[in-house]
Each structure stands twice: as structure tokens, then as C-alpha cells.
Design a protein around this ligand. Structure first.
Ligand code: NDP
Length: 342
């Protein structure tokens, strides 16, 4: 089998040298475990955090350790009655062609209905993330206005589509004219702004003001950076900000810095939250896996009948995963970033 390990920690943006492709023996499943031949592997922004040796909500990947990640594949050996050989399973098998995991920590994937790649995106972790953050924290109401960036990615595209279905005005922000076209044509955003076309937050804010003439009620936060700066002063009183991610800063360093230090709050940011009575709530979706069945009941039929559209960006070959990951962090993906492994 082949696997990709963390060769060194990145200083800023990751480079191909931070990863190493290795050969190894196929592992054997222990009691209660399954062995899976991986077909598709997910690339997600959180993996950037695992490459740093900083205090975070999850342990870093050790140097020489298998890069962490979720994937879907065929069960080729099973020591647990809940999985048969030939079943498809989703689990944390890492960046590898084969993986072993406790059956209890894997989910069976229906290979008959929607493509199995849906378990990595729209019906998997990113889809649940968008659904949970929008509904639980965003509390969307008909007639309100929502803004989300990374609008064509798996999180942003589900947020936009579910909000639209609830009767909100949806404003997407994405990198480049092609992605903006996809956002409005395929994902039904009322407007999409290309963040790369604006030099600073001020000019982006002016465009947002036109795109959201009644102000912004929900800012689903995926990116931070210039977009956050542009959006914040346009929030309506009692606006809600599901704080999901801040990818603009993942390569900047310092995110895991000691919280005891000074300089943690920016006065203008804090004041804007205060005087507009904003609700800002962060969440980590792995604390909410118990909501997966409810999410599936609501969204799986919408995917099956085409009310929710899906876009995937599939790279061939495990050996190309590092470059695809580096590209994704910079917006090189159009749709859910996936690697076809087998
Ligand atoms: P995407 O597939 O959308 O990929 C990331 C996208 O971020 C890029 O394609 C790019 O899109 C955009 N981006 C990168 N840099 C910038 C920047 N400087 N300014 C604006 N946009 C930028 O990712 P996901 O949908 O998987 O994830 C979206 C966010 O959700 C991430 O922040 C991720 O960490 C977070 N997340 C959080 C979870 C949680 O539990 N809290 C769980 C899952 C995801 P473009 O080219 O359009 O700019």
C-alpha cells in the first residue's frame, strides 16, 4: 500500500516538500475492526491546522505520521458483524490507499443511490457543517439577507442553497469570475462578488452594500481576512455570525498562539459586535455528529431530486494529493476537493 506522511512542518503556506509518499505493508484488522481499500479521499481546510505544532482543538500530526483525513472505500476484510466484505465505508483512514479502523467509528455508505463521493462532501462532514451552522446559529428567517464566502465550496454552496430554499436573499463571495458564475447559475445565489476583484475591504464593502441593500442578517463566516472586514460594518442589529472557519489566516501563523497574551481583541471589531447586538458563535462540527441522521433526513432527498446541486473537483492519484491540497487552500478547487485513490 501507499501512504502520505508529514515530512516537515510548513512555515507559512505548505509546499510539496512538507509531504512524503511512502510504501508500507497493508495493515491487518484487529478485533472489531475493518480493512478498507480506499476509493476516494477528502481534502479539507482543517488539515492545514494539523500540520502545525500549535495548541488547538485537535492534536497535530507528528512528523513522519500519516496525514489525517476522511475517505470512502470498499471493505476488503471485516472483523465486525456490522460490515461485510464488499460494503462501502466512510472512515478516518488518512491519506492512504488502505486503512484499518474500528467498525464503530465508520459509517456504512450506500453505493446504490447518490455517488459515494457525496459521503465526503454534500452528505458528509462539510454538508453537516453548513446545515448545522446555518440553522442552529444562523437562525435564518424568510426575507433576511445572508452572506457567505468560499461560496462554491462544499460548505458555502450548501449554506447558500439551504438559505435560498428558506426564502433568504443570498449573496456569495468567491474567487474569480468563473466561480461567481457557478455560484449564481448552479447554486442559486442572488448575487456573487469576486473577492479577488477588490483591492481592499473598503471597495469590497461598497460592492456588498449594493448587493445587500437591506443590510446583512447572517454572515456565515468561512474565511476571515478582507471579507470579514468588509462585511462586519454592514451587519444589521441582532445579526448572527456562525463562526465556522477563517481560511484566509490558516497560512499566516499565530492562530494557535497563547491566549493569555495581550492584543487578542481588536477594539473596532468588539465595538461593532456590541452596538449591533450581534451573536457570534464558533463551533467544531465533530462535536455534533449526533445530528447526522437529522441532517440526512432533511438534505439527502434534496440531493437525490436535484434541489441541492453538487460540484466536485476530483484529482486522480494519491501521489497528487499534496499539490491538490496546496491548491485548495489558495482557491484552486472548483467544488468539493476529492482525490481518486483507487
Ligand atoms: P472549500 O472547498 O470552499 O475550499 C476553501 C476555499 O476557501 C477556497 O476554494 C477559496 O475559495 C477560499 N479561500 C481561500 N483563501 C481565501 C481568502 N484569503 N479569502 C477568501 N476566500 C478564500 O472549503 P470548505 O467548504 O471545505 O470549507 C470552508 C470553510 O469551512 C473553511 O474555513 C473550513 O476550515 C471551514 N470548516 C469548518 C468546520 C468546523 O467544524 N467549524 C468544518 C468544515 C469546514 P475562493 O476561490 O472562492 O475564494
Amino acid at each position: 500500500m501507499q501512504k502520505i506522511v508529514l515530512a516537515s512542518r510548513p512555515d507559512g503556506a505548505p509546499t510539496p516538500e512538507n509531504f512524503r509518499l511512502e510504501s508500507a505493508d497493508v495493515p491487518q484488522p484487529g478485533n472489531g475492526e475493518i480493512l478498507v481499500e480506499v476509493h476516494y479521499m477528502s481534502l479539507d481546510p482543517y488539515m492545514r491546522g494539523r500540520m502545525d505544532d500549535a495548541k488547538s482543538y485537535a492534536e497535530p500530526v507528528p512528523i513522519g505520521g500519516l496525514m489525517e483525513g476522511g475517505s470512502v472505500g470498499k471493505v476488503i476484510a471485516s472483523n465486525d458483524p456490522s460490515f461485510q466484505v464488499g460494503d462501502f465505508a466512510f472512515g478516518a483512514f488518512g491519506w492512504a490507499t488502505h486503512g484499518v479502523a474500528p467498525a464503530k467509528q465508520c459509517q456504512k455508505v450506500d453505493a446504490e443511490g447518490v455517488p459515494i463521493t457525496a459521503s465526503l462532501g454534500v452528505l458528509g462532514m462539510p454538508g453537516l457543517t453548513g446545515w448545522y451552522g446555518l440553522n442552529e446559529i444562523g437562525q435564518p428567517k424568510e426575507g433576511e439577507t445572508l452572506v457567505v464566502a468560499a461560496a462554491t465550496g462544499p460548505v458555502g454552496s450548501i449554506v447558500g442553497q439551504l438559505a435560498k430554499a428558506k426564502g433568504l436573499r443570498t449573496v456569495g463571495i468567491a474567487g474569480g469570475a468563473e466561480k461567481c458564475e457557478i455560484a449564481t447559475r448552479d447554486f442559486g445565489f442572488d448575487v456573487c462578488l469576486d473577492h479577488r476583484a477588490y483591492d481592499d475591504a473598503k471597495s469590497l464593502r461598497a460592492a456588498l452594500k449594493e448587493a445587500a441593500p437591506d443590510g446583512i442578517d447572517i454572515y456565515y463566516e468561512n474565511v476571515g481576512g478582507k471579507v470579514l472586514d468588509a462585511v462586519l460594518p454592514l451587519m444589521n442589529p441582532h445579526g448572527r455570525i456562525p463562526l465556522c472557519g477563517m481560511i484566509a489566516w490558516y497560512n499566516a501563523g499565530g492562530l494557535g498562539a497563547d491566549a493569555e497574551g495581550a492584543g487578542l481583541t481588536a477594539p473596532r471589531l468588539w465595538r461593532t459586535i456590541l452596538v449591533n447586538f450581534l451573536t457570534v458563535r464558533g463551533f467544531i462540527i465533530s462535536n455534533h455528529w449526533n445530528r447526522m441522521p437529522e441532517f440526512h433526513r432533511e438534505v439527502a432527498p434534496m440531493v437525490a431530486d436535484g434541489r441541492v446541486k453538487v460540484k466536485e473537483d476530483i484529482t486522480e492519484g494519491l501521489e497528487n494529493a499534496p499539490q491538490a491540497f496546496i491548491d485548495m487552500l489558495n482557491g484552486g478547487n472548483t467544488g468539493k476537493a476529492i482525490v481518486k485513490v483507487a
